[in-house]
Design a protein around this ligand. Structure first.
Ligand code: PLP
Length: 411
């Protein structure tokens, strides 16, 4: 079949304004480019991925294998999730964050991503503004825009350890503000808010009558003296205006299984479930069975991963601190370092002068075959995100290459 030649105007009509406005996930794009180079035999060190490099625990895989043979798992199941999984998530939430929820306040989703998408779609009307502390994970603004909302970035930087404050949030708040996105531990910065600041921000949101969408997916990955605190636990008054997003991906090395959930007031959960019933129905039952084994088991697998991540975190932070022009506050959670490279920009490097972190990341990939994600992807140009969810030797090799390359920079 022949198609008429496409012109830019025709192209625009083919894809809706809503969807053509979305930017492809930069992290997934860089990861794909790096993996393609690796497949060509190039020794690329990849700091781009946002996933644990460990295998899913054996008992989880076995539970999934058993579920494959259970005919009940071969059929549609309730959109909101297998009843036993919703119950186990409610119990796990009580155990881990102290939030008391009923199973009907839990909606099982295809990963944390779908939980976020559904939370924004359920809460936002066109033009509603959402306060989004930056640097932010790249999916939030796109998910907010898809729901008709307007993301309002509230910038933070390394001088406050990438933590925002009530004053900054207040100055970005308007009479159109409906939601605050709160993420601790944070991707990409690794910031972990102390419990008193979580409480202060939560009280402010409650007083202001805002909703809070809080992403707790890295709750178990905190280091040194950092402690995780759940906002609706710190501020019970928020409970009726708060959606908690979580999932098994990071805690149990289960990124590919695609199981997450949202927790919220029963009317919000029912509305989001209704949306999901038309979009994707139930999450694959075999994955739900795997998630059930994960959340009802103990936390020994994540304790072992946390130990490895902590070791790598310390190595990476020290090695980055040795690079002239690079400033990196110590990350306290998740598995990312987020150094500022503002002082390197504009310097001469291998015959080029990168002036943005995006150009610098491209140069680094081309010259020393190290893949990392530029701050542009997280709403704060001038930074780079490096994941330390990779083997210790690769980590040292990759950061050594960076040290050598950036060490050559001169004005
Ligand atoms: N929230 C944050 C902060 C993340 O970094 C990620 C993944 O990178 C997710 C949510 C989504 O995780 P998933 O959809 O794999 O459950």
């Amino acid at each position: 079949m022949s198609h008429p030649p496409s012109t830019p105007a025709a192209e625009e009509r083919r894809i809706s304004a809503r969807v053509s406005g979305i930017t492809e996930s930069a992290t997934l794009a860089i990861d794909a480019k790096a993996k393609a180079l690796q497949a060509d035999g190039r020794p690329v060190v990849v700091f781009a991925a946002g996933e644990p490099d460990f295998s899913t625990p054996a008992h989880v895989v076995e539970a999934a294998a058993r579920a494959c043979k259970d005919p009940r798992m071969h059929r549609y199941s309730p959109t909101g999730g297998l009843p036993e999984l919703r119950e186990a998530i409610a119990e796990k939430t009580r155990r881990d964050s102290g939030l008391l929820v009923r199973p009907d306040e839990v909606l099982v989703t295809n990963g944390g991503k779908q939980a976020l998408y559904e939370a924004f779609a359920t809460l936002l009307d066109p033009g509603d503004e959402v306060l989004l502390p930056a640097p932010y994970w790249t999916t939030y603004p796109e998910s907010i825009r898809l729901a008709g909302g307007v993301p309002v970035p509230v910038r933070t930087d390394e001088t406050t350890g990438y933590q925002t404050s009530v004053e900054r949030l207040e100055s970005a708040c308007t009479d159109r503000t409906k939601v605050l996105v709160f993420v601790s531990p944070s991707n990409p910065s690794g910031a972990v808010y102390p419990p008193d600041l979580v409480a202060e921000i939560g009280r402010w949101a409650a007083d202001r009558g805002l909703w809070v969408v809080t992403d707790e997916i890295y709750e178990h990955l905190v280091y040194a003296d950092a402690v995780f605190a759940s906002m609706p636990v710190q501020v019970p008054a928020l409970r009726e205006h708060c959606v908690v997003v979580n999932g098994v991906a990071k805690t149990y090395a289960m990124t590919g299984w695609r199981v997450g959930w949202l927790i919220g007031p029963a009317d919000v959960v029912a509305a989001a479930a209704s949306l999901q019933s038309h979009a994707t129905s139930n999450v694959a039952n075999v994955s739900q069975a795997a998630a059930l084994a994960a959340v009802s088991g103990d936390l020994s697998a994540v304790a072992a991963m946390r130990e490895a991540f902590d070791r790598r975190r310390i190595t990476m932070t020290k090695m980055l601190a040795d690079i002239p022009g690079v400033t990196c506050p110590e990350p306290r959670g998740a598995f990312y370092c987020y150094p500022s490279v503002k002082e390197v920009l504009g310097c001469k490097l291998r015959g080029r002068r990168p002036t943005t972190s995006a150009e610098l990341a491209e140069l680094i990939l081309e010259e020393v075959e190290v893949a990392l994600v530029p701050g542009e992807a997280f709403g704060t140009p001038g930074y780079l995100r490096l994941s330390y969810a990779l083997g210790d030797d690769d980590l040292s090799e990759g950061v050594t290459r960076l040290q050598q390359l950036i060490g050559e920079a001169h004005r």
